[in-house]
Design a protein around this ligand. Structure first.
Ligand code: HEC
Ligand code: HEC
Length: 315
């Protein structure tokens, strides 16, 4: 999501929170404060309550696609990430852009593409960018199953309301400008043990144990996680895995900057040149695409988007 659309959806979230909170005047001062606490809490249903029916069967399919995406939606996935690599606990965890909170916010206007997106279109974007793959048709069984899973997770949640835990954490701006060298130190100390010293992730045979953070097997330059703000919020709340909360805000910003200062698959919206693509889609402090870092122009040496899908087609 670009900063504009994030600002927009934050604004929507705040507005919803404000309308819900009696006695809170909708002033700029209030909007900038910790209104997040006013968002209503929600707990998704437990797996045990899933009905043993035709409907329940599709919910389970959706969950399996979410957890093991390359295996269960192979035609549409170009890397080895799962939806659950970035939306933890099968899309249930708060502050990890949980699916129950997302479900009730669509259809929604997105500045990323300048129109109201249905949930199906939103999910198509996940495949194209985060999965470095190809968008399934809006009525494809893969999207039906994912939406059915999300609908079930959101059972009895209010519609159109930003719930507590929706999206990723939004960290306050860092005290010091995010920095590559400090980020590389954080990375070496806390991340490389799982994600590899080159961000390449780790496989056990053909089975991926730790996902790639950059390089050919990661998400592409069009994905929301390439934006430093999204990555910093995700990392602060969720990484190192099992020890979340260990990094302070500055460290989260620095390591997010470092991670996103490396090459990854090309933005599938690439047009004409890196400079023009930056001007059109990446013109913000949140994206390093098209900037020169350590003597390398990011985006100038990106593998073609589509990963495995393209490689398979070329064989
Ligand atoms: C103990 C191993 C471990 C450590 C240490 C760790 N991670 Fe992760 N990380 C994971 C796993 C596993 C996932 C996928 C989540 C899942 O499947 O539940 C993940 C997912 C991610 C993702 C999203 C998926 C992707 O590939 O882009 C990012 C970004 C990330 N980690 C960044 C970091 C950063 C930055 C650090 C250091 C501060 C870090 N991780 C430390 C294991 C780890
Ligand atoms: C590399 C990490 C990553 C992967 C993999 C990923 N996502 Fe996301 N997702 C994000 C980020 C970051 C955002 C928020 C920023 C944005 O909108 O671009 C997001 C946002 C979303 C949203 C909107 C959330 C909201 O509250 O509005 C949905 C729905 C979603 N993802 C579903 C999926 C599905 C389904 C998959 C698998 C097909 C998937 N994502 C794979 C990182 C990821």
């Amino acid at each position: 999501m670009n900063p504009m659309s994030r600002r927009l959806s934050r604004a929507t979230a705040r507005l919803a929170a404000l309308t819900l909170t009696a006695g809170l005047a909708a002033t700029a001062a209030h909007a900038a404060g910790p209104v997040t606490d006013a968002r209503p809490a929600f707990t998704p249903p437990t797996a045990a309550s899933l009905p043993d029916s035709e409907f329940g069967k599709i919910v389970r399919q959706g969950e399996q696609i979410f957890l093991h995406t390359p295996q269960n939606a192979a035609k549409f996935v170009g890397n080895d990430l799962n939806c659950a690599s970035c939306h933890l606990d099968a899309g249930r965890r708060a502050d990890s852009a949980p699916m129950w909170a997302a479900y009730v916010l669509y259809p929604a206007y997105r500045a990323k593409n300048g129109h109201v997106n249905t949930l199906a279109e939103r999910l198509q974007g996940c495949f194209r960018f985060s999965m470095n793959g190809k968008a399934p048709a809006a009525d494809d069984p893969v999207l039906t199953a994912l939406q059915t899973y999300m609908f079930w997770l959101a059972s009895k949640a209010p519609t159109g309301v930003a719930l507590k835990g929706q999206g990723y954490l939004k960290l306050p701006a860092p005290a010091q400008k995010a920095d590559y060298v400090r980020g590389s130190e954080v990375y070496g100390q806390y991340c490389a043990v799982c994600h590899g010293d080159k961000g390449q992730g780790q496989k056990n045979g053909t089975h991926w144990v730790f996902p790639a953070l950059w390089g050919p097997d990661s998400f592409n330059w069009g994905a929301g996680m390439h934006q430093i703000g999204n990555a910093a919020g995700f990392i602060k709340a969720n990484m190192p895995l099992g020890q979340a909360g260990m990094l302070n805000d500055q460290e989260a910003w620095d390591v997010a900057y470092f991670m996103n200062a490396h090459e990854r698959p090309q933005d599938p919206r690439y047009t004409e040149s890196v400079a023009k693509t930056r001007a059109k889609y990446h013109d913000s402090d949140d994206s390093l695409y098209g900037l020169e870092i350590n003597g390398h122009l990011l985006g100038s040496d990106s593998p073609a988007p589509g990963g495995k899908l393209v490689q398979a087609a070329a064989k």
